[in-house]
Design a protein around this ligand. Structure first.
Ligand code: 9D3
Length: 249
């Protein structure tokens, strides 16, 4: 079972996301153990202080070392694996599915969500932590980012997904966006389901879906499209893979 420790000033923020759907089921099935710790409980002074003014001056407050180190040391004593320490920060490396896959292979993660302007740099240095960002936009703290990491990682763990879901079938597994989906009714407010999907011709349907995936990826994510093209070209240089399928877009 994987263990994920979450160190935060707002453990209550995690309760609802961890109590629904895939995360709920994964915890019930002992696929993952998620332990929330409140950094404030490890404050070393009488006022429960966890932040202080930056040396050198400037706006905002900085998360202090002593409570964070004490909290990490406390959770580390609860299980034998030291755990890989991850700070959620806007300066971190952007989260990708490749990073998620890598994290899903660890026995233990220690995620630290910050508030205020950021962490004292000695937290990263002293805990040999890596920093992860979930994208180029401004959040109010690291909690939602930690939840994104947890959700993306846990659904990859063995047994976390139901039968109908499959991690292998996901968008990003082949580097293209998904084709459009439809379900009943056949006509809704004058909008028809594409005729081909009603034809029963599975070959034609597969071809249509591939074309739609390619078109959408080209239009919405030129970065992914370029990477897909480059990968396909590289693969086509291998003789065994020579039977190339031409797809018109
Ligand atoms: C003066 C600049 N600061 C405020 C605009 C910088 C700043 C500090 C702390 C901006 C955001 C935050 C809180 N964000 C996170 O802790 C965070 C985050 C994010 O904001 N975006 C994407 N990923 C992440 S991971 C953690």
């Amino acid at each position: 079972m994987m263990r994920i420790d979450v160190l935060t000033l707002f453990p209550e923020m995690f309760e609802s996301p961890l109590s629904h759907s895939i995360l709920k089921r994964a915890r019930q099935r002992d696929i993952v153990q998620i332990v929330l710790s409140n950094i404030r409980q490890f404050a070393t002074d009488a006022y429960r202080k966890v932040d202080d003014k930056p040396y050198g001056g400037g706006a905002g407050m900085v998360m202090m070392c002593p409570p964070v180190f004490a909290c990490v040391e406390h959770v580390r004593a609860e299980a034998p694996e030291p755990g890989r320490v991850i700070l959620l920060t806007p300066q971190g490396a952007p989260l990708t599915q490749a990073k998620v896959v890598e994290l899903s292979r660890e026995p233990r993660l220690i995620l630290i969500a910050g508030r205020y302007e950021g962490f004292d740099e000695r937290i990263r240095e002293g805990l040999d932590a890596e920093e992860i960002s979930i994208g180029d936009y401004v959040l109010s703290g690291g909690e939602l980012a930690a939840m994104v990491v947890i959700d993306a990682v846990v659904r990859l763990l063995d047994g976390a997904l139901g039968d109908e879901d499959s991690a292998a079938q996901d968008s990003f597994s082949d580097g293209l966006l998904e084709y459009p989906h439809y379900t009943r009714p056949e006509v809704f407010r004058g909008m028809r389901v594409p005729e081909i999907l009603l034809s029963g011709d599975h070959g034609k349907i597969a071809q249509w879906r591939m074309e739609q995936s390619l078109r959408r990826t080209q239009q919405r994510r030129p970065d992914l499209y370029a990477a897909w093209l480059a990968r396909r070209q590289a693969e086509n240089k291998i003789p065994q893979n020579d039977k190339k399928q031409e797809i018109e877009t």
